[in-house]
Design a protein around this ligand. Structure first.
Ligand SMILES: Cc1ncc(COP(=O)(O)O)c(C=O)c1O
Length: 458
């Protein structure tokens, strides 16, 4: 984390920022003619010109089209090579196409992709998930979103309660109940929520992270089936829990009859057993997706023996395929082969021993550049994930982190980096380290970041 230098903090000159941005936009367009042409062609067949709407959010006028990706790097169709610190927004935290996973996927693809029957890989993966995360029983999905949705259903079913509780400015995938936020303390649909089925205030309670009194008051209504939470917020910048927060929060949840569902889809960056294992926490339900199969669609959710016992009693054989959990392709042979290879050979303790010091190298470099520039920013880290934020101190809540966001400034930082061969996630200022990332990759980012802040602050 950087320490702000008293009396030296500068604010951003917006006129200068716009002029710098305009030069970056021109440079981007001039250097990516093939991506520009593909984007123009895509307008005729793809809604908005992209295969998935988030891909519009990249800071250039259009997304760069990828030729190929290996490890921590990719090349675009115009022949530029990039250091990838976005890594598919964590889907490729393993690095792109790690050889051992690619081989397992190719092998399984020759032997059957999906059967709606189990393969032995499912057992290996279930046993490994139990060993890593401490929950004994597991099921599979294709996405973390689905794993969250099914876990919420289970929590509702066994508690008989209608609501869930989330933290302001959380993100847990496209789970309807979670698209809620607080505006002036009032809960309502989150900005940009497309076609909400009902006002999420009907299904969800929302409180600020690190506010135990608010959590206690919300749970005291005794209508919350589960808290759905990242143990450290990562989707509005990184927001760490106060020391002891989770111990008290878990105690409060259980005292008020609610379950705790940890979504470790991003916080797996903490270490091989996620934040849960690193901090010896005991959630009732647990979700992870994204990198667990090296980027092949796969998600999983685990539960405690008590939850397993209660839900098993309630599922009737005759209706088990129409109860709202599960999916035709979930638990397919290909995803499971990929998960096995990933857990056994890619997201290993040794990999984290490589990744975490590199993320520290990232934050050290960025902190030094921030300090030299006098800008009132800070940088923070969770395991192999790092993030800089446009305020001098770490936020304690999602609301505080969201208030420090600066879309215009963020886009400049992203495009400046992209034009110099560095890809950051298109959301806030997040960088992730993979097992294939090198210190040269990190130093390249530091150099480019330092140059960007020098230009902004001069
Ligand atoms: C913490 C967390 N949970 C769940 C999801 C949903 O993942 P997916 O879009 O793969 O379903 C995301 C996606 O960004 C996430 O950040």
């Amino acid at each position: 984390m950087s320490t702000p230098v008293p009396g030296r903090q500068k604010s951003i000159d917006r006129i200068r920022l716009r002029s710098l941005m305009s030069s970056e936009e021109q440079k981007f367009v001039a250097e990516h003619p093939k991506s520009a042409a593909l984007y123009e062609r895509a307008q005729c067949s793809l809604l908005g010109g992209v295969p998935m709407n988030w891909m519009k959010k990249w800071a250039g006028k259009f997304p760069v089209f990828v030729a190929e990706a290996h490890g921590a790097h990719f090349t675009d169709v115009d022949g530029h090579e990039y250091v990838d610190l976005c890594l598919g927004d964590t889907g490729a935290m393993t690095g792109h196409s790690p050889a051992v996973a690619a081989e397992a996927i190719a092998r399984q693809a020759q032997k059957g992709i999906t059967l709606m029957l189990p393969t032995e890989d499912a057992l290996w993966v279930g046993e490994e998930l139990a060993r890593r995360f401490g929950l004994p029983y597991w099921q599979f999905t294709l996405t973390a979103t689905d794993a969250n949705r099914f876990s919420i259903r289970i929590a509702r079913e066994i508690t008989g309660r209608p609501k869930i509780l989330v933290y302001n400015h959380c993100y847990h995938g496209t789970v309807d109940e979670s698209f809620i936020s607080l505006r002036d303390g009032v809960a309502g649909p989150r900005r940009g929520n497309i076609g909400p089925p009902v006002n999420p205030a009907e299904t969800t309670r929302v409180v600020e992270f690190n506010d135990l009194d608010a959590l206690d008051a919300a749970l005291a209504h005794r209508d919350v089936a589960c808290i759905l939470a990242e143990p450290v917020m990562t989707n509005v910048g990184i927001v760490h829990p106060d020391p002891g927060y989770w111990q008290t929060a878990i105690e409060l949840a259980h005292r008020h009859g609610a379950l705790l569902l940890f979504d470790e889809t991003h916080t797996i960056c903490t270490g091989p057993g996620g934040y849960t294992r690193e901090h010896a926490l005991k959630p009732d339900l647990f979700v992870i997706g994204k990198p667990i199969a090296s980027g092949l669609p796969a998600g999983t959710y685990g539960c405690s023996a008590e939850v397993a016992e209660q839900i098993t009693r309630r599922i009737q054989l005759e209706d088990c395929d129409t109860g709202g959990i599960g999916g035709t392709l979930a638990g397919n042979a290909l995803s499971l082969a990929a998960m096995r290879a990933t857990l056994q050979h890619v997201l290993t303790p040794a990999a984290f021993e490589h990744m975490i010091p590199l993320a520290k190298r990232f934050t050290d470099g960025v902190a030094a550049a921030i300090s030299a520039s006098g800008l009132p920013w800070h940088v923070t880290r969770l395991g192999c994930r790092a993030e800089y934020l446009f305020q001098p101190h770490p936020p304690r809540s999602g609301g505080e982190a969201a208030a420090a966001a600066d879309f215009e400034l963020e886009r400049f930082m992203h495009l400046y980096a992209l034009n110099r061969g560095i890809l950051l996630t298109p959301f806030h200022n997040m960088a992730l380290v993979s097992p294939a990332t090198t210190s040269a990759d990190i130093d390249r980012h530091t150099e480019v970041f330092a140059s960007a802040v020098r230009e902004l602050a001069s």
